[in-house]
Design a protein around this ligand. Structure first.
Ligand code: G3H
Length: 534
């Protein structure tokens, strides 16, 4: 009989990556580090001849301390030089040139990065490739969106005797921290817009999914001016808060927990100077109405709740099903969940893969035990079986107020299901939720759906009809209400979030017109210019 440990590779049957990083990017140089290191182990485990699982060492990263963090901060402050640095004063076209050179370097790293995503965070090969390709596309789209913004700003406005030119300017030194579930995509969809708008960036790689950032830091070193991006390592609690306390950070951009974000914001001594661009917690509900098309709904709910083992901020993290269809729903949904293929990231068509957080399996078990003690059951046959870093998805029903699974964001392969007789029950759930990212409504009655849309657009930032919650397409705004987000990200919106509209204006008289004409004609300024990017 196959056991879960059979899914893991045998010792010596594979070739894991090995990235031992003994330097970090500081002011355009890779600075040697001979202090402490953090050892990195793969999400994937190896099994010996007795089937016993053990960790696979895949590399190490520096644990730099506060002194190094402050040095990194000074470097990016120097590069920004209160707005008079080379980087913030470049023209948009010049900054685009740097980013294009970076893309060329990044493309050379595709197979290395995909491999590291698979080993370090356990993402399937297909999804790892998708993450890389989506990020490249995002950067190209960002360049196109910025060209468009710049073209629209390449003119003057004359009103009430005042001549003005309005463009977007950078905000300053930016602290950028990404999440472990999309360690490439979600960090680079912050980093690139921040940079291309002229900000300088202090970059802290996520807790898991760190190794791929070493190769990328070398690509940054090769392509960007010195100090435009510096890398900070070490324990977040020890280095990040003190960085904020200096008051030198103008933008905090983070995809992670609302608790961390609010502590960091509070640490800043001049909160009005700080702009926060945040993607935070979510507990997106699905609401399955009595008249929903069950087969389509179940396919969307399985993908929505369990893609990448449920480790997406946009995942469906609780499902409300109308009482008249709950039995049918549970039967069909559980069967589909049990059909999901578990295995290693490189296995063909794999859907359930090892989890990267060592403490996660315990937490998931705690959630399930708590629900079972309070009267719920695991509905699917394979649900909750676990070995090493694998946890087979558990469908838990009925989940109710008072259970951890009702309110906590499990961020893993558990699907809590509740039932309702009156639509006010899921609506009340959303009203009282701390989160307000998205919702999915499944049904076929246009009038009922329209009513829900009109109310729910005021509770969350995206209402999905007969489809799972998701971030993409990347041109759609990605944000949330309450503790789920601050500011908006999309290809276009991120460029706005990381910049501020700024005006250069003068009274319309002969002398001023002559000055402006000379500046524009002789191309003295990168801001005051009618240059058109083709
Ligand atoms: O973890 C949150 C991500 O932004 C989700 O993105 O919906 O494309 O998986 P996705």
């Amino acid at each position: 009989m196959t056991t879960l440990s059979d899914f893991f590779p045998s010792v010596d049957s594979f070739m894991p990556p090995l990235v031992e990083q003994t330097e970090y990017l500081l002011n355009g140089e890779l600075k040697k580090w001979d202090g402490e290191f953090k050892k990195i182990y793969a999400a994937v485990k190896q099994k010996d001849s007795d089937g016993v699982l053990s960790d696979i060492y895949i590399g190490k990263v520096p644990i730099t301390g506060l002194t190094e963090a402050m040095e990194c901060l000074d470097g990016v402050c120097q590069a920004y030089k209160n707005g008079f640095g080379e980087w913030p004063m470049l023209s948009v076209e010049q900054r685009i040139g740097y980013v294009e050179n970076f893309i060329a370097e990044m493309l050379k790293l595709r197979s290395e990065i995909v491999n590291l995503l698979m080993w370090e965070i356990g993402k399937s090969e297909k999804d790892s490739e998708k993450e890389f390709d989506r990020t490249i596309k995002y950067i190209y789209d960002t360049i196109d969106a910025l060209k468009k913004i710049d073209r629209e700003s390449s003119n003057f406005i004359i009103e009430e005797g005042v001549i003005g030119q309005i463009r977007r300017s950078p905000l300053g030194v930016t602290l950028c921290i990404g999440p472990y579930n999309y360690p490439l995509n979600e960090t680079y969809t912050l980093l690139i817009p921040a940079l291309i708008m002229g900000n300088t960036v202090l970059f802290k790689p996520p807790k898991h999914g760190q190794l791929l950032h070493y190769a990328l830091s070398k690509a940054i070193q090769k392509t960007f001016p010195k100090g435009v991006v510096n890398f900070v390592y070490g324990k977040g609690s020890e280095v990040v808060e003190p960085l904020m306390q200096t008051g030198k950070i103008s933008v905090l951009t983070l995809i992670g927990s609302s608790k961390v974000a609010s502590n960091l914001k509070k640490a800043h001594p001049k909160t009005n100077r700080l702009r926060s661009i945040l993607g935070l917690d979510a507990k997106n509900p699905a609401i399955v109405l009595e008249n929903a098309n069950l087969d389509e709904t179940i396919n969307e709910c399985v993908a929505g709740s369990l893609s990448f083992n449920g480790q997406r901020c946009t995942a469906l993290k609780i499902i409300f099903v109308h009482e008249n269809i709950i039995d049918k729903f549970l039967e069909k949904f559980s069967a589909k969940v049990d059909e999901l293929k578990a295995g290693m990231p490189w296995d063909a068509n794999v859907q359930i893969t090892p989890l990267p957080e060592p403490e996660k399996i315990n937490y998931l078990n705690e959630c399930v035990t708590d629900a079972l003690e309070k009267g719920a059951k695991i509905i699917n046959n394979k649900g909750g079986k676990t070995e090493g870093s694998l946890f087979l998805p558990a469908v838990v029903y009925p989940v109710q107020e008072g259970m951890k699974l009702y309110r906590e964001e499990q961020f893993g392969p558990i699907v809590p299901i509740c039932t309702f007789s009156n639509l006010n029950e899921p609506i009340d759930y959303m009203i009282h939720s701390n989160f307000g990212q998205q919702v999915s409504i499944f049904g076929t009655d246009a009038t009922e759906i329209a009513h829900l849309i009109d109310g729910m657009v005021n509770l969350v930032s995206r209402v999905n009809v007969n489809s799972q919650c998701q971030r993409g397409p990347d041109n759609f705004p990605f944000t949330g209400r309450k503790d789920s987000a601050e500011s908006t990200l999309s290809v276009h919106d991120a460029l706005r979030s990381f910049s501020i509209r700024t005006v250069v204006a003068t009274k319309e008289n002969t002398q001023n017109k002559q000055i402006f004409n000379t500046i524009v004609r002789d191309e003295h300024s990168n801001f005051l210019s009618t240059h058109f990017i083709f």
